[in-house]
Design a protein around this ligand. Structure first.
Ligand code: ADP
Ligand code: MG
Length: 278
């Protein structure tokens, strides 16, 4: 089945955006010194799309996700989720944060199960909870490690446990902040493939922050490039590569190179302004 975002484009159906950023800016203070993290940003995230966000370090990518999850308020402007202004924790999104936040006193299985102990998920039958936990642990390749504690796992395995924990919730929208950043190339490709397999045809909206342009183009329906601080959108590209995609092969398509050149030019301009990409 084709992904939701693709169907929309083919049929030309306009749908309400699932997330809207309207004139959003954010200033932080380092002591008395203001740091303008985000400039005025306007963006509509389409329901069912996989949107990748790339940009230099410190341009406000994590801040954008924090605000979408309702963990941080915008300085100016508003963020709407399904038409409602986000005020307080947005429980309709799952958030895979950049920082490792597995609970050290819980095993892999207990960590992955955590979202099913909260909100309406508490009322799922135990059998369903168990089946979901096992399914997502298997999907990220951690079968056999259910009873290990985070400190007994490698960095990559901890990331995979976090990934399983964000998927087990089966939310309408997923926010992922550099989920594969620290992983070796081979594992990264394997998890990207798993993520695509899970997402394609699911109808879910996924906002993926990444510093890896190849990853962004391989996976996304749309890529946005942000400038260095204060973060603003400097380029947006629709990635019209066919689905389902094979992450191992897609980079060899001629059209992939065209997207890469176009977006890399936008990123490079940002670097010239004195920020680093990593
Ligand atoms: P990115 O994820 O793109 O690397 P962030 O959103 O983490 O960028 O941060 C954007 C800028 O805002 C950075 O300069 C960062 O130091 C600053 N910043 C982020 N969160 C806070 C905070 N809670 N307090 C103070 N400064 C912050
Ligand atoms: Mg970040």
């Amino acid at each position: 089945m084709a992904a939701h975002g693709i169907r929309q484009r083919e049929e030309g159906v306009m749908m309400l955006p699932i997330v809207e950023f309207q004139d959003v800016s954010k200033v932080f203070f380092k002591g008395a010194t203001p740091i303008q993290a985000l400039g005025r940003l306007n963006l509509e995230v389409r329901e069912g799309e996989l949107l990748a966000v790339v940009g230099p370090s410190g341009c406000g990518k994590s801040t954008l996700l924090n605000m979408t999850a309702g963990l941080m308020e915008p300085g100016t402007g508003a963020i709407r989720y399904k038409g409602q202004v986000v005020a307080g924790a947005n429980t309709e999104v799952a958030y895979l944060t950049q920082k490792d936040n597995l609970l050290p006193w819980r095993t892999v299985e207990q960590n992955v199960r955590l979202p099913l102990e909260m909100g309406d998920h508490r009322f799922l039958p135990e059998k369903e909870k168990g089946a979901r936990v096992a399914r997502y642990i298997g999907m990220v390749g951690l079968a056999g490690f259910e009873h290990h504690y985070p400190k007994e796992l490698s960095g990559g395995m901890r990331k995979r446990a976090q990934l399983a924990r964000s998927l087990v919730y089966e939310p309408d929208t997923l926010l992922m902040d550099e989920p594969f950043g620290a992983l070796d190339a081979q594992l990264k490709l394997m998890l990207q493939a798993e993520l695509l397999k899970t997402w394609e045809g699911s109808g879910k909206t996924l906002i993926l922050v990444t510093h890896d342009l190849t990853e962004a183009i391989s996976l996304a329906d749309r890529v946005i490039v942000m400038s260095g601080r204060p973060g603003k959108i400097t380029a947006i590209a629709d990635i019209n590569l066919p689905r389902p995609r094979d992450v191992f092969q897609i980079r060899f398509q001629p059209q992939f190179g065209t997207y890469f050149e176009e977006l890399w030019a936008a990123l490079r301009t940002n670097m010239a302004e004195g920020e680093e990409i990593h």
